[in-house]
Design a protein around this ligand. Structure first.
Ligand SMILES: Cc1cc2nc3c(=O)[nH]c(=O)nc-3n(C[C@H](O)[C@H](O)[C@H](O)COP(=O)(O)O)c2cc1C
Length: 443
């Protein structure tokens, strides 16, 4: 049997994932720099990564993480990158709270066509109250956002099925352009949406773009288990991560899915040097750039509460359940309790790694950490969050990837061209084609 291998993608942020990474010598500084993203995408393909991921939010938030202050709209950026790449998957974020299913279905179907089958949609419910104000809406409650999201995704997937393969015929001889028996109305009338369909774009190379999701709260996990083909998460301790992993896989199985079709990828910040000492020196240098206001804001966003009201040298407070975000607070509080951390310890970790797992050291040290978590049954791979670009990412690609390949833990070359192929996901069956063949079988 061939060895199980990791899936790896990068969280591409023009100004770096570290709060002050953009200040590192030689680092790109802006999230509105196409050349920088083209370079990140090229490094992904050099390292044979599964995907490049672009996050999003829908409000201007001064003073926080620079990567979240200004940025390109993800599907627009990924469409540009589809022209400069041939293999790497292109995953973008779109909100189920502030979009319409028809538009989202169309955007990602377009990206899937443009990229030859490399599109993925990161389904988010949006946590910022400021975003609600940009859409003239009230902030929707946390669990209610997930109920809306569940129906939203069902509609989008239904629309992606509304055209069967081979429905566009383009027969110059006969003049037949479509086979309309293979184009279907969806006729969806649900609790939140009413969508007739069909979509005005044909079935895409992947059948359906890949669904990605990141909720870690109980309702987020349930949705992830039901719909997500890739799950992003924050995990800080191996045994907690293992529990989370088992839980999501259980949800997936309960929803009638195969567990290996739901890839769980925690975020990891790699800081790589040729030696452990060199990596530690890079980390120390990064920390000299951190300004306390932006670190405090980032911590408050992670917890979904204003954390500046609590003493930094006291324990991590018991917090009421947030209406904004829940997953991180649970993971960080558990770690703090177990290790006797003060709030300042958590604050420092967030400044270093935005609250994600940190792997700092030589290529062997970083690969050892990744291998331990992977073989420890806690994950199917990682979303890499390099502190800055291009150097910190290229260090990973050029130093750690060969080490993982040597250990048989990561592919030496792409085996396919679509994101589904990279992730080991089958092309989904079209519900209308299946219904037809079942009806014919019944005859
Ligand atoms: C790796 C990763 C990437 C994420 N990217 C985004 C994003 O781009 N936009 C967004 O609004 N939320 C993003 N999130 C947040 C999640 O979608 C979710 O809102 C958050 O984890 C809180 O959900 P919970 O209350 O279910 O834990 C991301 C989370 C993780 C772990």
């Amino acid at each position: 049997m061939s060895q199980r291998q990791m899936h790896l993608g990068v969280y591409a942020v023009g100004s770096g994932n570290h709060i002050a990474g953009w200040r590192y010598p030689g680092a790109t500084t802006s999230g509105e720099n196409l050349e920088a993203f083209k370079q990140i995408a090229a490094s992904c393909e050099r390292g044979k990564l599964d995907f490049l991921f672009v996050g999003d939010s829908l409000a201007f938030l001064p003073g926080g993480h620079p990567g979240q202050v200004t940025r390109f709209e993800p599907t627009t950026l990924l469409s540009a990158l589809s022209c400069t790449t041939t293999h790497v998957g292109l995953i973008g974020t779109a909100s189920t709270t502030y979009s319409e299913p028809f538009s989202v279905a169309r955007q990602f179907a377009s990206l899937d066509h443009l990229s030859g089958g490399r599109a993925g949609w990161n389904v988010v419910t949006s946590t910022l109250p400021e975003a609600a104000e940009n859409f003239g809406r009230e902030m929707v409650d946390h669990d209610h956002r997930y109920e809306i999201a569940a129906e939203f995704v069902d509609v989008v997937q239904g629309l992606w099925d509304s055209w069967e393969d081979g429905a566009r015929i383009e027969n110059k001889e006969t003049g037949q352009y479509y086979d309309l028996s293979k184009v279907h109305e969806l006729g969806h009338k649900g609790q939140f949406y009413s969508v007739k369909g069909p979509l005005n774009i044909t079935r895409t190379p992947q059948g359906r773009p890949v669904i990605v999701q990141a909720g870690s709260s109980p309702s987020g996990q349930a949705l992830a288990g039901r719909i997500a083909e890739v799950v992003f998460t924050v995990q800080l301790e191996l045994d907690v991560a293992r529990e989370y992993y088992d839980n999501i896989k259980r949800y997936a199985v309960a929803a009638g899915r195969r567990p290996e079709h739901c890839n769980i990828l925690p975020g990891m910040v790699p800081i790589v040097g040729r030696t452990d000492e060199e990596a530690q020196a890079k980390l120390a240098q990064l920390m000299t750039y951190v300004d306390s206001t932006s670190a405090m804001q980032t911590m408050s966003r992670r917890f979904g509460h204003d954390m500046s009201q609590y003493p930094l040298d006291g324990p991590v407070p018991d917090l009421p359940v947030s209406n904004l975000k829940q997953g991180y607070s649970t993971v960080a509080s558990a770690k703090a309790k177990r290790l006797g951390y003060t709030l300042r310890d958590i604050y420092n970790e967030i400044a270093i790694a935005r609250g994600y797992l940190l792997a700092c050291g030589s290529p062997t040290t970083v690969a050892d950490i990744m291998q331990e978590w992977f073989e420890g049954g806690a994950l199917d791979g990682f979303v890499l969050l390099p502190a800055h670009f291009p150097e910190a990412f290229d260090d990973f690609i050029d130093l750690v990837i060969p080490e993982l390949q040597k250990r048989g833990l990561f592919r030496k070359d792409y085996q396919g061209t679509t994101l589904r192929e990279h992730l080991g996901l089958p092309k989904p069956e079209n519900r209308f084609a299946r219904a037809r063949s079942e009806a014919q079988g019944d005859k």
